[in-house]
Design a protein around this ligand. Sequence first.
Ligand code: AMP
Ligand code: MG
Length: 333
Amino acid sequence: MKRMYRFTAAFLTAVLVFLSVGCHKAEPIKRSKTYLDLFDTVIEITGYEKDAAQFERVCAEIYALAGQYHALCDIYADHGVIGVKQLNETAMTKPIAVDQKLFALLCFGKEMAIATDGACNIAMGSVLSLWHEARENGILPDETALQKAAAHTDIANLILDEEKQTVYYADAALRLDLGAIAKGYVVERAYELLHDLGKKEGYLLNFGGNIKAVGTKPDQSAWVTGIENPFGDGYLKTVDISEVAVVTSGDKKRGAIIDGVWYHHIIDPKTLFPADYFSQVTVICKDSGVADALSTALYCMDQKSGAALLLKYDAAAIWVYPSGEVISMQDAP
Ligand code: AMP
Ligand code: MG
């Protein structure tokens, strides 16, 4: 009997130890995954998950979605789908039927080009391609060629037929470039995908600096993101975020030195040269696609015009002047 008692006690202890170790293991663990082969940028997914395999499955779904958009948005390489590259080659000859994903993205791009009065204009492809060549070859674009190209950037000539889901360029020399909006837009779609998968908190998406926090961390605390210092290492400041996007446009990341001068990649539609109001502009608002479009737009206009635009979107911004002065408009949602 005594032996039986000892056996039961040992068994119960073993069960308790197993349960306590099991419960401890069931806490969500911070995990992250990085992809380097889409949108010419670093995609980082951070998520709190108990199960590593579950996290891998979620990442694989996001990566697959991002891959589809990458193929649709790429203007340089063929991916066997009707994407922007194919539109730029054929949509001036006849209306082209496109995938629903691309159609919705183009509608969004057109809407933002109109809303920003052309400051962020996806129809600037003809001008942007001259700058792309210039950066590749190290030779400044010809100013007459820039002016000529600028005559073919009217977003009204991008004809989107909702019913037939077709795209037509009413100007034969119009070209699209989605570089200013694609990453932020896709982050927002990835956010929706996470919701569909039941992941409404505990994830942080970062597509090359287009950041969106999905809810809070599991302990209900906000995610913390740093606003980069455009003049050196480290951060200018940190921002607590949840259910919000943070997107930065700046002059340091992409560009080339031509004749000893740095020419970055964000082109002011008024001068047709790299915009020179700021070193960096960060936009904080709910929708990551809107934040991406606005960060490019605000980079190409003075602070007063940018502040007026932000009010329409319930968005906040941090402007960094080349002098180092930092101005914040903090009414983030
Ligand atoms: P972002 O880093 O989001 O500001 O986007 C910059 C990218 O958008 C560039 O690399 C170009 O492909 C494109 N771009 C540059 N200037 C403009 C502009 N004013 N409007 C629309 N797209 C632009
Ligand atoms: Mg942008």
